[in-house]
Ligand binder design. Structure first.
Ligand code: BG6
Length: 375
């Protein structure tokens, strides 16, 4: 029995715990031979789920970024319209929600006041509610019609990492579950996706085994004062969370932006002083992903012409991006809808190593708390 590895901080330990957290969250809920997802605590009938008019996802911080990836997963696999809201903004937009709709509340702690308040408002308006949370018996879980627990284990560090990847896995499981109920996903497609889900923990371990490359990158950049993270489509929420992780733990100003939006303003900021982290992975089996990749390559060429510095995330085997970018971090091949779960891992490591090199309290960043239980 090998001795468990020792880590200097909760944050980096929790980043390295992600393969096991994903195994615990995924494996008990899938049957590869049946091509089925089993979710025991949804407690909403298949007929009601089949006739859902819309899904509203409501969350805060990193959990909302998970919700943003869930929007792509559910719209593609379950062919249902999905909206995503900040929990803190939900009440102000007088949400026009009600019967025939499902509101999904994603919260690691299950106690975030903005999120519990939004859940109560959604219930009052007649919406069904589903909680995705890491804490059994938490307020959001107790007050929801149904729930799906992320099985990430206690998350101590204020910045959320293993709960985030587990949340995205749960959102994908639910999207597949809904897709099967709505007969939008064939058994064969479900089996193929389940095989890919089961392969995620090992692919995450592959990324973690190259953590020293990310640490070397952090050594080059930990004194920089501004970063921009860019991602397109389902990768945009990962750019957002990569930026949030860096902000939270290193106090460096960082923005997450849709890659295609850079030309509408942010381009004016881009020169050698503003490193760009660009998510430029490609699922060669997905025509849409290939088209978006080609746009990313063209954008990257433009940023380099402007004198920008590019740190790229690319898919293993890519020979184009490393020729263009200043630094390339490789991500194992995965389907477009699952690659966000892998892409965030090097960005979590980058934020951790930068903050540690700046001598900061990576587990207890100033002014932040693990769960904001007051609105
Ligand atoms: C913040 C945490 O206080 O709340 C973030 O620092 C987290 O890490 C956010 O994403 C939302 O918390 P929860 O528990 O609702 O997911």
């Amino acid at each position: 029995m090998t001795e468990p590895r020792k880590f200097p901080h909760h944050l980096v330990r929790e980043i390295f715990e992600q393969p096991d957290a994903l195994r615990r969250t995924i494996e008990p809920r899938v049957s590869l031979t049946e091509g089925r997802v089993h979710l025991d605590n949804i407690r909403i009938s298949r007929d009601e789920l089949r006739s859902l008019r819309r899904i509203n996802i409501v969350a805060s911080g990193t959990s909302r970024h998970a919700g943003m990836t869930g929007q792509y997963m559910m719209q593609q696999l379950a062919a249902v319209p999905v909206d995503v809201d900040y929990a803190s903004e939900f009440e102000y937009r007088n949400p026009m929600i009600g019967h025939g709709e499902l509101s999904v509340f994603i919260t690691q702690s299950g106690e975030t006041a903005d999120t519990t308040a939004a859940q109560r408002e959604a219930r009052q308006k007649g919406s069904r509610t589903l909680a995705i949370t890491n804490v059994e018996g938490s307020t959001v879980a107790r007050e929801a019609d149904g729930f799906i627990y992320t099985d990430a284990g206690p998350e101590i560090s204020i910045a959320s990492t293993k709960a985030f990847t587990a949340q995205m896995a749960c959102l994908f499981l639910f999207a597949l579950y809904l897709g099967e109920i709505k007969q939008n996903v064939s058994q064969q497609l479900a089996q193929s996706y389940i095989a890919e889900l089961l392969a995620l923990p090992e692919k995450t371990e592959t990324i973690l085994s190259a953590s020293d490359q990310v640490e070397q990158l952090a050594e080059l950049y930990y004194r920089v004062d501004d970063f921009m993270f860019l991602g397109r489509a389902i990768h945009y929420p990962i750019a957002m969370d990569g930026a949030l992780k860096l902000k939270e733990v290193s106090y460096i100003h960082a923005e997450g932006y849709p890659t295609g939006e850079a030309k509408h303003g942010p381009n004016a900021l881009i020169d050698f002083r503003l490193p760009l982290v660009m998510i430029a992975t490609c699922d060669r089996n997905d025509a849409g992903s290939v088209l978006r990749y080609e746009k990313n390559v063209s954008n990257m060429q433009g940023f380099k012409k402007q004198g920008g510095t590019v740190i790229a995330l690319a898919t293993e085997g890519d020979a184009v991006i490393p020729e263009l970018a200043d630094y390339t971090i490789f991500i194992p091949q995965a389907p477009e809808l699952l690659s966000p779960i892998l892409e965030i891992v090097p960005l979590q490591l980058f934020a951790y190593y930068v903050a540690a090199k700046r001598g900061l309290d990576v587990d207890r960043p100033r002014n932040l708390v693990k769960a904001v239980t007051l609105e």
